[in-house]
Design a protein around this ligand. Structure first.
Ligand code: PYC
Length: 310
């Protein structure tokens, strides 16, 4: 029987499951190499931890590698029900909060290595976490795509640690009552982007779709469709980073200006941009709470020990 030790948290309502122990030995502490190994040789961990019956489509998983490179506090690989993520903002906030709960890190600077690079985070005295994300940028400005049932839709393709399509012309409501309509629209947009061959850099799939509307408590309210069919309960750290990069490039936001992004369920991240050597580094701040710490048991006789796969 395999046994996976995990700790669960949520960041603004979006859950993160950090796998702490029970993992096979990986021959590397390089997160990009570890991600490829996990994907190609040990995908059973993702299935067991995230898919039903132990997980759900809403969960984002994170694997804490047994070893990290010099200068880092931890090395993390993120994944979800659809596959592996490059980076995850809410997940990073959840991971740092979980590591603090386990007394593995203290308030102050916490360095996390991820596949696209090293992330400098700060665990603040008020238990919120801020993270300096990977360099973020707009790749395509005002691209247009014909979306079946909705007509022509315009938006930016931007990178914030994952690839996003930031829709410009959604006029529906962004609230909890509209989640089915928002999901149907964003799924149709993603499908249309794929059919039209609109991608990120080097042909990367644009697998996150983000729509915006007015907020009464922040600068903007969003709905983010994640890879698969689940939506982000948080304002999405990488999605907010992609938005900040576009705002900066449009001259709407200057370096150091504050931005508050509300999620569809009302949780808020604050953010700003720093510019280093011409690169836009979004800084995202939010709060997570630990919700559980336990062990998943994978009996050899359980036909669904590695998840219910379609
Ligand atoms: O916060 O970056 C994020 C994120 C990506 C997918 C779900 N949350």
């Amino acid at each position: 029987m395999n046994c996976l030790e995990y700790i669960d948290s949520h960041t603004g309502g979006e859950p993160t499951r950090l796998i702490l122990d029970g993992l096979p030995e990986l021959s590397t502490n390089d997160p990009a190499e570890a991600k490829a190994l996990l994907k190609n040789e040990h995908d059973w961990i993702r299935g067991a931890a995230i898919l039903e019956p132990r997980g759900s489509d809403v969960l984002v998983g994170a694997i804490l590698l047994a070893e990290q490179r010099a200068g880092a506090n931890a090395a993390i690989i993120f994944f979800n029900n659809a596959g592996y993520l490059d980076m995850c903002g809410h997940g990073t906030i959840g991971v740092v909060t979980s590591l603090a709960h386990l007394d593995l890190v203290a308030p102050g600077l916490v360095i996390i290595d991820t596949p696209p690079g090293r992330i400098r985070t700060t665990l603040h005295e008020d238990e919120s976490v801020s993270l300096h994300n990977v360099p973020s940028y707009r790749y395509l400005k005002d691209a247009s795509v014909d979306v079946a049932g909705y007509g022509r839709v315009h938006g930016d393709v931007a990178y914030g640690g994952n690839w996003f399509f930031l829709v410009h012309d959604y006029s529906g409501k962004i609230d909890r009552e509209s989640i089915d309509a928002l999901t149907a629209f964003t799924v149709a947009v993603r499908k249309a982007l794929g059919a039209a061959g609109i991608t990120g850099k080097d042909g990367a799939e644009v697998d996150h779709i983000e729509v915006f509307g007015p907020s009464t408590v922040a600068d903007s309210k969003n709905f983010v469709l994640c890879p698969g069919l689940a939506y982000d309960r948080s304002p999405c750290g990488t999605g907010t980073s992609a938005k900040l990069a576009c705002l900066y490039e449009d001259g709407v936001l200057k370096e150091g200006d504050p931005w508050h992004q509300e999620s569809v369920i009302g949780s808020i991240f604050s953010g700003t941009v720093e510019v280093r050597a011409g690169l836009v580094i979004p800084v995202i701040r939010g709060r997570a709470w630990v919700t559980a710490h336990g062990r998943m048991l994978l009996y050899d006789t359980d036909p669904f020990r590695y998840g219910i796969r379609s």
